[in-house]
Write a protein that binds this ligand. Structure first.
Ligand SMILES: NC(=O)c1ccc[n+]([C@@H]2O[C@H](COP(=O)([O-])OP(=O)(O)OC[C@H]3O[C@@H](n4cnc5c(N)ncnc54)[C@H](O)[C@@H]3O)[C@@H](O)[C@H]2O)c1
Length: 269
């Protein structure tokens, strides 16, 4: 098993879902998991659960969009542990679905602030601690919506997620000379909710649509699990991935193939 003994791994949006699974994946491998979330109670619970199993974790309540809070948090982590080895930018909001003409300025600003500016805030603050050590791993969580679009997420969510890919490329070129690997993951549909809950939460998705998406559009014929993403994050943070820089890795059970097939059929292939 890949080990991260003595490493400090910050994971944003880690009170649940993919972030929680990622925090566990690092903690199990010997790292101290720094659980950051706007949901302080949830963050504390995850950190407590991890510690109860004998691993290391600490929780922070913070809004990733609040640059002062992010800078103070990163300073505090660095003061406590003297290092920040890994950053996973995972926190997000969707803003829900509305046609562009009904999308409020507030929704647009908020989603870009949390998803994109929040990732920039953490990357900038952590890079300042990683550069002097000539070591670091930054993994940004984008989405298939950022590369292929999405018919159920409005304009703000795909825009923010495409922005995260651009942010990854900019950071990757900037930071590689300092021994810092920056990469990105584009997940497909991941079970952070049960299908019934997913159908309730995601605008325009009925239970039937969720099931047919999984059965028809995902060649692997299963929904992704948070651990599918967590394990890819772990790989990107590992020694085995040390020559990978500025890469965007699709983890979607082959869902991308369906989009390609649809585009080809539209073009008459
Ligand atoms: N679940 C999927 O199907 C899927 C698909 C593609 C991409 N993704 C991406 O994976 C990542 C995680 O998704 P998830 O499904 O686990 O999400 P989730 O909703 O389960 O968890 C998101 C976490 O982010 C936190 N958060 C929200 N706003 C915050 C803020 N301002 N500051 C700090 N924390 C904040 C929430 O409190 C929550 O704990 C996201 O970046 C998402 O875009 C998920």
């Amino acid at each position: 098993m890949v080990e991260f003994k003595n490493h400090v791994a910050i994971v944003t949006g880690a009170a649940r879902g993919i972030g929680e699974a990622t925090a566990w994946a690092f903690a199990r491998r010997g790292a101290t998991a720094v659980i950051v979330d706007i949901n302080g109670e949830g963050a504390e619970k995850v950190a407590n659960d991890i510690r109860e199993k004998g691993f290391n974790a600490i929780a922070y309540t913070a809004d990733v969009a609040d640059v002062k809070a992010v800078d103070a948090l990163v300073e505090d982590v660095f003061k406590k542990y003297g290092r920040i080895d890994i950053l996973v930018n995972n926190a997000y909001i969707s803003g829900g679905y509305a046609i562009v003409t009904e999308t409020s300025q507030e929704t647009w600003d908020k989603v870009i602030a949390v998803n994109l500016t929040g990732s920039f805030n953490f990357a900038r603050a952590c890079a300042a601690k990683m550069i002097p050590k000539r070591y670091g791993k930054i993994i940004n969580i984008s989405s298939g919506a950022g590369t292929n679009g999405s018919l159920s997420s409005g304009v703000q969510y795909p825009a923010s997620k495409a922005g995260i890919i651009g942010l990854t490329l900019g950071l990757a070129g900037d930071l590689a000379p300092f021994g810092i690997n920056v990469n990105c993951i584009t997940p497909g549909l991941i079970r952070t909710w049960e299908p019934e809950e997913m159908a309730k939460q995601a605008t325009g998705w009925t239970l039937e649509k969720v099931k047919s998406y999984i059965n028809v559009e995902v060649p692997l014929k299963r929904v992704g699990e948070p651990e599918d993403i967590a394990e890819t994050v772990v790989f990107l943070a590992s020694k085995g991935a040390s020559y990978i820089v500025g890469e965007v890795i699709n983890v979607d059970g082959g869902g991308i193939l369906d989009s390609v097939a649809k585009r080809e059929s539209l073009l008459g292939f």
